[in-house]
Structure formats: structure tokens, C-alpha cells
Design a protein around this ligand. Structure first.
Ligand code: HAS
Length: 548
């Protein structure tokens, strides 16, 4: 990575890990409050720490880390950014950071305790929405920088296949930009006028729909960079080559097409949306599972090819040959293993009728702690172990490796207790997003939540273990940034396997893929949104001027 680009990337990493530490403290408090082990002081609200926890970890840490990774990876695979583009990258970073600080200050002041899903009817201080707008605009500027670099490379290398890292970056950023359109409309046309008092009422159903139009692809904006590391870096780390370049590109195209027109699977229990449209989006949700299944196949194939090339034999004995003691492989691997039950949980959530059992229960919280909180985060930690020393010109030492292995185990064990208990208690009916969990001490309800594992205390114990792991990770970040001995660390980029077939050119046809994505979105959303506007409750701003 070019030194000037490394600086931009590191600027993102500093903010990512600062947000990570504060978010983890809020998470610890969260677990202890729900476990009944502590009571919050009067000046600190339950929803305030819940919002801080969600926003700092799920939005701030992820977004900054993702941009750090993508900027560094694009510099590594496509050459240094031009000065003009790098300046644009810094502008994006600055706008993103002003938005983040504004939003964070309002959360600290308890003026924006509206949870990370910020849709109506909860309302925050108007400036919070200004902060969110700047956050989105900043991310778009950074996204435009990455796209500019990719297309600049393409122009200079006519007819050549683009590096896989760049291809996947483009898919991720285009997905993000299209997804953010929903949040832009929500914030600019609904939340800001309402919060500033320019309108008296708000169409809640529309606001939730616009949020989830954004909210589901948001989870793939988190997942895809993790997949980039699985496809592009892990094969190199284990000493092998990528199973198939085409399959990898196809998986990313499928994400671009199908991750947006599926937001209704978060609204299956909501009145006001017809069953038919919910069903259609449920079917599309089942399609977006396919690229993850393809990824499972592809990565397992890469593992097997590598294990056998190293002399491994038998049905599974070749697994022996993988570098189990290398945290750069082991942390993401743990994330992959956890994604197997996590993905199965997602399929349960998406199964229309079964959603009625789990919706708004702690099961959902368990689900996203396994997906984003484990699969994605463990992969991001795995990336950190080589990315940060690479950027700071330091060595990936055996000491760091040992720390990383312990950190990974602690994270996985903590998550097993916390998320496992959340899933089970959720099935028993424990609600999410409330500090009041005892059903007014009704004896029958209390019995449900007093099992050895099905217990709020189990969740709290898992949370404490996770907090210890988070503090360790923060120390690892400090070590990699300032304390490790000076030297070189590799930024691993793999090649496709020799016997892989040629990648078809059609994958590079972005106009085609973006066009199909837009058609699918229009198909899945036009009629239901039209219905929401014309059937809006009396008094709410209906935007019917858009229709008349
Ligand atoms: Fe989800 C709710 C459905 C994936 C995150 N999800 C959430 C929320 C979050 C979230 C944050 O349909 C809560 C939102 C809120 O606050 O209300 N989710 C799905 C489905 C998938 C899915 C179908 N979710 C994710 C990912 C997330 C994430 C990824 C974050 C990164 N989710 C739902 C639904 C809800 C929901 C409903 C709403 C629930 C409600 O009612 O509120 C799928 O994408 C999952 C597909 C994944 C797989 C797994 C593939 C396995 C792989 C590992 C391979 C292993 C290897 C190792 C290679 C099918 C790729 C092998 C080696 C060996 C040695 C064995």
C-alpha cells in the first residue's frame, strides 16, 4: 500500500477502534442491566446505551473499518491513488467524521436515544438527522473515490480482467449507494421536516419501509468486505489459490441484484403491507441466500484443494494441513464456522410463518450477534492482524499471534454463551429492546427464564467474557499501531487456481447488473409504496404530490 494511502486508511482505523472500545463498554452495561446485575444511574438511560452500543459498533466501527480495508486493498491491487482522488478520499473521511461526531454528541446528551434503526415514531434532536445525512454523504464521497480509482485502472488497462479485489469493492460500494437512497429519502423528506417541526405528523409505515429498504442491504455492506477477505486474502494465507474467480464474481453480482428488494422480511409482522408483496420479497430473500451457499462451497473447495496440495488425504483428513495456529486464518475461520448456525437462523427468520415466533424477541438479537457480531467482526479482527502492521510498517510477531488466538477463543466462547442463551430465551418469548423482562414477576414467566442456560445471567456472563475479549482486541490494536517491532508484514492477495476456467467478460458489465438491480427494486417496491402513500392515515404527510 502506498504510504500516503496508508495514512488515509489508518485515519479510518483510529476512529474505528475508538468507537469499538466505547461501543463495547455500552454493550457490557447492556448485558449487566438485562442480567439484573446492575442498575443504571439516573443520568444514564437504557435506550441511550442501547443506541450508543448499536450505532458505535454496527454503524461506526463497521463503516470506518470497511473503508480502511477497501482504501488499502485498492491501493495494493490497483496502484497508488492519484493526488486528486486521495484528496477526495480525505474529503469523504472529513464529512463522515463530522457527521459521526455530531450524531455521537447527541447520543451522549440523550437527545437521540432512538436506537440504531432510527425510524419513526421515535424522534431525535433534528441535528441528529443532519449528522446522519453527513455520514451518508461522506460515505458516498469515499465510495466515489474508490469507484474513480477502479474505473481509472480499467481505462488504463483496456481489455484486461480487473483485479478481484477491485471488482468486489465496486459491487460493495454500488450496493451501498443504492441502499442509501432509501435512507436519504427517509431522512430528508420525512425525519428532518418532522423533527424541525415543519410537519406535524409522519407516515410511520413508510418510514419503516424506507429504513428497511436500506437496512437489509446494510447487513451485506458489512458482510461483503468480510467475503472479500475470504476470497482474496485467506487462500494466500493458507498457502493456496482461489478455487474459482468466476464463481466469486458471480456471488457478488447476485448480492448486488438480490440484497435490496427484500426489506419486507423485517416487516413480515407489520400491518399495512399486503401478504402478496411480503411473500414476493420472502421468495427474493431465499434467492439472496444462494450467493452465501456458493461462498461456502467455494471457500471449502479452496481449503480442500490447498489441503490436498500440501499432501493431505482422506475425506476430511486434509483439514489437518491448514494453518490452525495462524490467527490470520483462524479468526476468520471461526467466523465461517459460526456463520453456519447464524445463516440457518437467518433462514428461519426469513421463513414467513416462523418469523411470527421470533420477531421482536431476543432471538433476533442472538442472530445478529452471530452474523455481524461474530462472522463479520472475527473476520475484521483477522484482517487487522495483517492490515494494521502492514500500514504502520511493523511486524506480525508470534506474540501478537498468541494474543490474537486467545482473543479469538474468548470472543467465540463469550458469544456462545451470550448469543446461544439469547436464541433460546427468545424462543421462550423474551422481548428485545426492553429493560423490563420479568413480565411483572409473573411466576410462570419467571420459571421460563430460570434454566441453567435459558437465563439472563448466562447472557450477562457471555457479555462479560466478550468485553474482556474486546479490551484485548483494543490492546492488540495499540500493539500493532505503536508497540510491535518495526518491519514488514505482507498484505496477502491470492491468485485464482491454475485449472480455473476463464472468467466471462459479462461480469464486468456494470450497466447490465445495475440495470437489473433497479428493475428488481422497482418491481418489489413500487406498488407497496404507492399503497402506503395513498392509504396513509389522515393527517400524515402523504407525498401524494408525487403521484398526482
Ligand atoms: Fe439477518 C434480522 C434474515 C444474514 C444481520 N439480521 C437481522 C438483524 C440484523 C441482521 C442486524 O428474514 C436485526 C435487524 C433489527 O435490528 O431488527 N439474515 C437473514 C437471512 C440471512 C441473514 C436470510 N443477517 C444476515 C447477515 C447479517 C445479518 C449476514 C449481518 C452481517 N435477518 C433475517 C431476517 C431478519 C433478520 C428475516 C428479521 C427478523 C425479525 O423479524 O426482526 C442470510 O443472508 C443468511 C445466509 C447464510 C448462510 C450461511 C452460509 C455459510 C457460510 C460459512 C461457510 C463455512 C466454511 C467453513 C467455508 C446460508 C458462507 C467450512 C469448514 C469446515 C471445516 C466445515
Amino acid at each position: 500500500v502506498a504510504p500516503k494511502d496508508a495514512k488515509l486508511s489508518m485515519a479510518h482505523i483510529y476512529i474505528a477502534f475508538s468507537a469499538f472500545l466505547v461501543g463495547a463498554i455500552a454493550g457490557l452495561l447492556q448485558g449487566l442491566v438485562r442480567g439484573g446485575m446492575i442498575e443504571l444511574p439516573n443520568w444514564l438511560g437504557y435506550y441511550q446505551i442501547l443506541t450508543a452500543h448499536g450505532v458505535l459498533l454496527a454503524l461506526v466501527f463497521t463503516t470506518y473499518f470497511i473503508f480502511a480495508f477497501l482504501f488499502a486493498g485498492m491501493s495494493r491491487t490497483h496502484g497508488a491513488f492519484s493526488d486528486r482522488l486521495r484528496k477526495l478520499g480525505w474529503t469523504g473521511f472529513t464529512v463522515l467524521t463530522i457527521g459521526t461526531l455530531l450524531a455521537a454528541i447527541l447520543i451522549i446528551l440523550n437527545e437521540a436515544s432512538v436506537l440504531y434503526t432510527f425510524y419513526a415514531p421515535l424522534t431525535a434532536h433534528p441535528l441528529y438527522y443532519v449528522g446522519l445525512t453527513l455520514f451518508v454523504v461522506g460515505s458516498w464521497i469515499s465510495g466515489a473515490t474508490l469507484l474513480g480509482h477502479y474505473f481509472g485502472w480499467k481505462k488504463a488497462h483496456k481489455g484486461e480482467r480487473t483485479p478481484l479485489f477491485g471488482y468486489m469493492t465496486v459491487a460493495t460500494i454500488v450496493l451501498w449507494i443504492i441502499a442509501c437512497l432509501g435512507v436519504a429519502v427517509l431522512v430528508l423528506l420525512q425525519m428532518i421536516p418532522w423533527a424541525f417541526g415543519l410537519t406535524d405528523e409522519i407516515n410511520v409505515l413508510l418510514s419503516r419501509t424506507l429504513f428497511w429498504y436500506f437496512g437489509h442491504p446494510l447487513v451485506y455492506f458489512w458482510l461483503l468486505p468480510a467475503y472479500i477477505a475470504w476470497y482474496v486474502s485467506i487462500p494466500k494465507i493458507i498457502g493456496g489459490k482461489l478455487f474459482s474467480d468466476s464463481l466469486a464474481r458471480m456471488a457478488f453480482v447476485l448480492f448486488l441484484l438480490f440484497s435490496i428488494p427484500v426489506g419486507f422480511h423485517h416487516q413480515l409482522m407489520e400491518s399495512g403491507i399486503s401478504e402478496m408483496w411480503k411473500f414476493i420479497q420472502t421468495v427474493l430473500t431465499f434467492v439472496v441466500i444462494v450467493p452465501s451457499l456458493m461462498t461456502a462451497f467455494s471457500i471449502f473447495g479452496t481449503f480442500e484443494q490447498t489441503g490436498r496440495a500440501k499432501g493431505g488425504t482422506g475425506i476430511l483428513y486434509w483439514l489437518h494441513k491448514l494453518p490452525w495456529k495462524d490467527v490470520r486464518f483462524f479468526a476468520p475461520f471461526m467466523g465461517m464456522i459460526i456463520f453456519i448456525p447464524a445463516g440457518a437462523g437467518g433462514i428461519i427468520n426469513a421463513s414467513f410463518q416462523m418469523n411470527a415466533v421470533i420477531h421482536n424477541t431476543l432471538w433476533v438479537v442472538g442472530h445478529f450477534h452471530l452474523t455481524v457480531g461474530s462472522t463479520v467482526l472475527l473476520t475484521f479482527f483477522g484482517i487487522s492482524y495483517w492490515l494494521i502492521p502492514h500500514l504502520t510498517g511493523r511486524k506480525f510477531t508470534p506474540f501478537l499471534n498468541r494474543l490474537g488466538m486467545v482473543q479469538t477463543w474468548l470472543w467465540a466462547i463469550g458469544m456462545f454463551f451470550m448469543s446461544g442463551a439469547m436464541h433460546l430465551i427468545g424462543l421462550l418469548g423474551a422481548p428485545r429492546r426492553t429493560a423490563y423482562t420479568t413480565y411483572q414477576n409473573h411466576p410462570d414467566a419467571l420459571v421460563w427464564f430460570e434454566g441453567i442456560f435459558t437465563n439472563y445471567v448466562t447472557i450477562a456472563i457471555g457479555g462479560v467474557i466478550l468485553f474482556v475479549a474486546a479490551v484485548m482486541m483494543f490492546y492488540n490494536f495499540i500493539y500493532m499501531t505503536w508497540l510491535a517491532p518495526k518491519g514488514d508484514t505482507e498484505f496477502p492477495i491470492s491468485e485464482p487456481a491454475e485449472d480455473a476456467s476463464e472468467t466471462p467478460k459479462v461480469f464486468e458489465n456494470w450497466k447490465l447488473w445495475i440495470g437489473i438491480a433497479i428493475v428488481l427494486i422497482l418491481f418489489a417496491y413500487t406498488i407497496p409504496i404507492y399503497d402506503m402513500i395513498v392509504n396513509a392515515p389522515p393527517g400524515s404527510p402523504t407525498f401524494d404530490f408525487l403521484i398526482k
